[in-house]
Design a protein around this ligand. Sequence first.
Ligand SMILES: Nc1ncnc2c1ncn2[C@@H]1O[C@H](COP(=O)(O)OP(=O)(O)O)[C@@H](O)[C@H]1O
Ligand SMILES: [Mg+2]
Length: 321
Amino acid sequence: MNEIIRIEHLKKYFTKKGMFEKESNIVRATDDISFSVKKGEVFVLAGESGSGKSTIAKLILGSIKQDSGKIFFENQEISENSVNLEKIRMGCQMIHQDPYDSINPRMKIGDIISEPLEIHNIGNKNERKKRVIEVLHEVKLEPAQEIVKKYPHMLSGGQRQRVVLARALSLKPKAILADEPVSMLDVSIRAEMLELMQELQRKYNISFIYITHDLATARYFGQRIGILYMGKIVEIGPIDQVLLSPKHPYTQALIDAISEPDPENLKKEKEIRIKDPSNIDILKGCRFRNRCPYVIDKCTVEPNLEKIDDEHYSACHVKIN
Ligand SMILES: Nc1ncnc2c1ncn2[C@@H]1O[C@H](COP(=O)(O)OP(=O)(O)O)[C@@H](O)[C@H]1O
Ligand SMILES: [Mg+2]
């Protein structure tokens, strides 16, 4: 198998802040999540805010520890204190939504980009300087010799996100975890940033986990997609199959929410809204059932992901269309 990252039955629960540790106060942020990312593939994790996207990214990079489940990088399991943890920290870089999460406003751009090289003891001072200029060219921040001397506040939001991309590229990563990398940018420069990521992804065959709540950019950039709902993957498969012929009612609702206001869609959207009012966590059965227009008795039993087509799976008891 030509996989770069694989996660198996990953689980991470949180207790709501200031609450006792009883069942109704548990947030099942990541609940038995499994998927793999192939070499050179862009895998999208899509879902609403709070569905558990960032938690998965943090688990993969080891900034938080899973309750159970396994993470593999190049087919080797990552566990604390293992050499594999160091391997993934070098081979897999992160791009955050907010550039200020990964860049220190008091450091010059040159130092920000060369910091990962220093941390991992790569090259001497001159080689690192050369690499910094190289990656600034890659992300089209010119003139690179001038940019290195600047501070983050002297750049625009779009330029800062290019610095973050340059920093991620400095170590020549095999994979990049991009957590909503364009959602804080102005709409006008989002497309540029996505095009740049796609260009570099193809040029260096970098695998991506692209995290987003935006299905339009998902379709532009991704090859496969996992749809997250309250810590569960409810549908997964090749991007065109999932987005053009969605099988899970939640995926359908997400797509309807962004599609043209055709009368059929409006009707469906209304149905979803009618069932929407409850925010109560569902402890047993399908988590979407209090919002689902197709709910049946059986939905009190948790549905598993079931095969629809080659690589296309959906977790729903009701077979729609
Ligand atoms: N450190 C934490 N402590 C308590 N709850 C958390 C923590 N991190 C995330 N959560 C909860 O887990 C759920 C998923 O969060 P997150 O992964 O950040 O979602 P997303 O990135 O999709 O918006 C949310 O309900 C969030 O409030
Ligand atoms: Mg997030």
